[in-house]
Design a protein around this ligand. Sequence first.
Ligand code: G3H
Ligand code: 13P
Ligand code: ZN
Length: 335
Amino acid sequence: MISYKEIGLVNTRAMFAKAVDGGYAIPAFNFNNMEQLQAIIMAAVETKSPVILQVSKGARNYANQTLLRYMAEGAVEYAKELGCAHPEIVLHLDHGDSFELCKSCIDMGFSSVMIDGSALPYDENVAVTKKVVEYAHKYDVTVEGELGVLAGVEDEVASEESHYTKPEEVIDFVTKTGVDSLAISIGTSHGAYKFTPEQCTVDPQTGRLVPPPLAFDVLEAIEKKLPGFPIVLHGSSSVPQEEVDTINANGGCLKAAVGIPEEQLRKAAKSAVCKINIDSDSRLAMTAAIRKTLAEKPAEFDPRKYLGPARDNMKKLYIHKIMNVLGSNDKLING
Ligand code: G3H
Ligand code: 13P
Ligand code: ZN
């Protein structure tokens, strides 16, 4: 059993309380490799932002859970080397799908876990979430639960159909389980193809697809039921069109990729939404830079020469999200 406190990580409790009060959201960025992690930490240090490092099932399969956990420990020291005396870094399990997995992450030093029982019948979701909370809280690890189902077509957590969170269920769920934060479904979804062209309208000036708005009425109803309670938004990539265009101009083929407009995320961040999950945008930024570099320098074969620009492009994206969308810059508790 390793305590996350010994390795300089923090849980989400204090940072969420400050974010809800302050009307901003903490970035939760997924990482799978060193360049992503470096870019996240550089961006967080430069902007003086707290940050949540997320490890998904896909990341665990790709990079190994143990290795990722030691990379997060390294990230704390790296942030200090970059000049941040008291970094606020959370190591979070994204979409944990069983008690055993959550326990194994807690035992190896994660400071926060998500137990995603959203696809289960309500009572089973309550039961497994409560079991994770009881174990996690013994070690002061915070827990995110989920109610409602996000639609999506791309990744391992996708579901065919979305079901908005039912506001009438949230008090019962939070009370029975004891979760520290709640992920809700209000129209976001995972991946780079969040909406079909039929669900969108077309901007006559740009010809771009405009997605339907998020269900802010559902968010408001949930906030009324749970005043000040930390709310989480998954599936919050915006799918920047310039990255999609760069990918397509350099041999890629991403058709009709569409995300959540940043103005809507900014509006959500000002409410009780205090954690916003972004993964796909980082994938796009990385892929765009790699494709461009290799197209411009076809003789290049040193990975540092294309992963370096990819890292720079991801860092730029993370800084933009922190400063212009989530508003978590200059919000370190001991900053
Ligand atoms: O929520 C999903 C994240 O984007 C992680 O996806 O399982 O493909 O790593 P992944
Ligand atoms: P995106 O696919 O929109 O980046 O969502 C990521 C996410 O929700 C991770 O849990
Ligand atoms: Zn997610």
